[in-house]
Design a protein around this ligand. Structure first.
Ligand SMILES: *Cc1c(COP(=O)(O)O)cnc(C)c1O
Length: 242
């Protein structure tokens, strides 16, 4: 169930939370010797209704993250109708990829963060409409080798990266990870550091990757310390999901 309808108290609370997240992001970037503009804030809006997204867009949010295609499509349509020219919004798919969803993903999203198999990358490339620019993708890496978790093992990432880079209708931007639950701050930082190292290795092999998608509400400052260029923050902006 989506949360809504919203009221002005909700809007004020969202503005307050968003301001806090932006301030924390800026402080973490500064502490890491980086510009706050080097980190994109992806507002993860799964579980929240159109009014919450519209409010966030009104507060300057341009990047929205969704995990479920069927939930996302009506929101994408509603915001396109509400904002002239869709307000320059970028829709990022961060959920588990399924082959039978690749056509609609390639039509409606600007980014897919969860590519972990070449067959899925090939399908996304083949289905990306010719009128649109190439689809931005990240490879999801299962950094800790957790069983049953999405993501390619780190040792197989280079082969997948080179094969994905060669696909005509995709633009390989970087790497994404979701750490195991319950890590301490220093464990999370180590985990994120491993993904950063993998990105540097791939760039030494000639790929020009510019995106490290890592860090969520509970740990995004640690991810920024480890080199994140895009943090995926849901609860800290929108509140608890239903
Ligand atoms: C839901 C989700 C997030 C956001 O999680 P919060 O803890 O609410 O910030 C980030 N990344 C992925 C892949 C998610 O599924």
């Amino acid at each position: 169930m989506l949360i809504g309808p919203q009221n002005s108290a909700f809007a004020a609370q969202l503005a307050q939370r968003l301001a806090e997240v932006r301030a924390t992001l800026a402080a973490a970037a500064t502490a890491a010797g980086r510009s706050e503009h080097s980190v994109t804030l992806l507002a993860v809006s799964k579980g929240h209704g159109v009014e919450a997204l519209r409010t966030a867009a009104g507060l300057g949010v341009r990047d929205f993250g969704e995990s479920y295609l069927q939930e996302a499509l009506p929101k994408i349509a509603a915001l396109a109708a509400a904002l002239p020219g869709a307000g320059g919004l970028n829709w990022h798919f961060i959920g588990r990829l399924q082959a039978n969803k690749t056509r609609e993903l390639a039509q409606h999203f600007q980014w897919v963060h969860s590519v972990d198999r070449l067959a899925l990358a090939e399908r996304l490339s083949a289905r990306r409409p010719a009128v649109l620019p190439p689809l931005n993708v990240c490879l999801q890496v299962n950094v800790a080798g957790e069983p049953r978790k999405a993501g390619i093992p780190p040792g197989e990432a280079a082969a997948l990266a080179h094969a994905t880079h060669a696909l005509p209708r995709l633009k390989l931007r970087g790497l994404m990870c979701i750490p195991p639950a319950g890590l301490t701050a220093s464990e999370a930082r180590h985990h994120y550091g491993q993904l950063h190292q993998l990105l540097l290795d791939l760039n030494r092999q000639g790929l020009a990757l510019d995106t490290l998608s890592m860090g969520m509400s509970g740990d995004f400052p640690a991810a920024i310390a480890a080199g994140a260029t895009l943090v995926r923050v849901g609860t800290a902006i929108f509140g608890e999901r239903a």
